[in-house]
Design a protein around this ligand. Sequence first.
Ligand SMILES: C[S@@+](CC[C@H](N)C(=O)[O-])C[C@H]1O[C@@H](n2cnc3c(N)ncnc32)[C@H](O)[C@@H]1O
Length: 259
Amino acid sequence: MEEPIIGDVFGEMIRDAYAVRTGIGPRPLAGGRLPRPVVEVIERDDGLINGAPADHYLDEPSLWQPHDHRALRLCRGAVLDVGCGAGRTAVELQRRGMAVTGLDTSVGAIEVARARGLRDTVIADVHTYASRATARYDTFLLLGNNLGLLEGPERAPAFLAALAELARPGARIIAHGTDPYGTTDPLHADYHRRNRERGRLGGQLRLRLRYRRMATEWFDYLVCSVDELKQLLEGTGWRIKSIDEQDRPYYLAVMELHS
Ligand SMILES: C[S@@+](CC[C@H](N)C(=O)[O-])C[C@H]1O[C@@H](n2cnc3c(N)ncnc32)[C@H](O)[C@@H]1O
C-alpha cells in the first residue's frame, strides 16, 4: 500500500474549492463530467475522521458567524491576519481601507487569496516572518479557530514571542477559540482524558489533513478553555484584555502586549 504524499493539502483543497465556486482553474469532476464537492478531511490520532465542506473558507461576510463580524470591528492599525487562508477576513479588512497583511504557510491558499484581491501577502510561519520582517503590527488576527496555532503549552510561548517581535507597543491579538469541554460525546470526552493521562491538555489535538492523495505531517492544534489560555499566557507578556463568549462554545479572546 502506498502512503499519502506530504504536501500543501490546504492549498490544493482551497484551489479546488475556488475553482468550483468561480469556474477559474480546473474544476474537480466526478467521472470527468459531474462537479465533485470539495471536502476538508481531518484525521485525529485516535483514528477519528471528520469531513466538512471546504467552501466556507471562501464565504462573503453576509454568511459569516456573528463573532467574525465582532472580531473585525476590534481591529485597529496595521493588521497581520495569521493563517489567513483564502483571504476571507483579510480581503474584507482591505475593502474597509485598513492596512492588512495576510500570512499563511500554504502557497495554494495565498495564491487564492491574491486571486481574490488581497494585495499584501506573506508565505511563511510567524517564526520565519519575525526573523526577517521590518514591518510591525497593531493587531494580530487569528480567526477560523486559529487560536489552535498556539499548538500547546510547549510551543505557545515561542509563537507568542514571535508575535511580540512583530508587535508595535500596545498591540493586540484577536483570536477565535473553542471551549472543547462542554461536549457529552464519549468519543471526545475519552480523547480529552487520554490526552491528560499523556501530560497534554485535554483539547491538544494531534491532527493531519488529507486531500485526495495528499496528507500533511501530523501537527498539534490547540482547542482550549479560557482558563487554560490564561495559564498559557503566564510569563509571555501577553495578557487577556477581554473575552467575548456570546457564541459559546466559541469565544473571541483579546490579548494585549505589556512589555
Ligand atoms: C482553519 S484555517 C483558517 C483560515 C482563515 N483564518 C479563515 O478564517 O477562513 C487555518 C489556516 O492556517 C494556515 N496555517 C496552518 N499552520 C500555520 C502556521 N504555522 N502559520 C501560518 N498559517 C498556518 C493554514 O494553511 C490555513 O490557511
